[in-house]
Design a protein around this ligand. Sequence first.
Ligand SMILES: C[S@@+](CC[C@H](N)C(=O)[O-])C[C@H]1O[C@@H](n2cnc3c(N)ncnc32)[C@H](O)[C@@H]1O
Length: 327
Amino acid sequence: MAGLTTPYVARIRTKKHCGAPALRESPIVSLLNWTGAKSRQPIKKIDRIKSPPIKCQGIKTKLTRFIAESVHWTGRGRWVEPFLGSGAVLFNIRPQRAMVSDSNVHIINVYNEIKNGKVTPQQLSNFLYSEGKILLQKGMEYFYHVRERFNNNPNSFDFIFLTRSCFNGVMRFNKKGYFNVPFCKKTDRFRQAYITKIVNQIAWVQSLIKKHDWEFITRDWKETLANVSRDDFVYADPPYSGRHTDYYNKWSDEENQELIDHLLNIHCGFALSTWYENKYRKNPIFDLISNYPLVVKKFDHFYHVGSSETYRNKMIEALVIDREHAR
Ligand SMILES: C[S@@+](CC[C@H](N)C(=O)[O-])C[C@H]1O[C@@H](n2cnc3c(N)ncnc32)[C@H](O)[C@@H]1O
């Protein structure tokens, strides 16, 4: 990964970041010597983490409590998530106001259709029950029939059906943007207990959406970050470059660097999820950002889901937080 560009570094060094001390005087602080934590409240104490109805690569269900407890934010502005994915972090942290987005139109459509009543728990229950019955009778060819139906005419019901009956339960799209995950091979996938579980997840998200002021938008992260205000807080969880590449996850080292440049210049608090190290190497960005007023917190994580065995191993995850908003 190339270093931050010289003009960019020069520009940022003349600025103060979110009221923090000047950048030259503000090296990265590790979790161990960070003493600001005690006096600051976490965003939220989460009693029980719940899973959202959609799963995606890099889902942060297991890290949500760590994220919520690592960050301090007044909650006055909006929670901004430019890489929403499954929504696991938003739904568990539950800020009053949020502007969340993703380049994946299918995910955003599901949440907007729950919001506007086009997808209800009852309708989904009926749909999964009747489609699950046909799957049981016809076998795997019916999964491929639904996949083709969805690729010709994308809709939220088929999307949920596919993501909940495909191999590994994650989503992946080919270069043309077509869903291409194979069948999980269980023709009795949609048993009553499984349908109830999915429908309860939809009902949970529906009740949250009703109670909160949340905007779901399909768009590129740059546009979302261009629309933040001072009291907002950005939680950015981009794809990890080289890890899961598909139509909606084309993430390069250059784009990663551009995102970091944006965040270092942003006029509100932020936290960035990224990887710290795996058994092969340490993330090179940590050397590049070591002179900025940031706090880095680490979390050991084991990935069970991955396109190949190499990706299903231990990874130390990092949360990079601007110092003003770190606990
Ligand atoms: C690691 S996942 C986010 C996971 C999420 N935090 C969760 O817990 O489910 C990254 C997401 O970024 C989205 N994405 C990839 N490139 C994007 C871009 N250029 N602009 C906006 N979203 C993008 C992907 O569609 C994917 O949903």
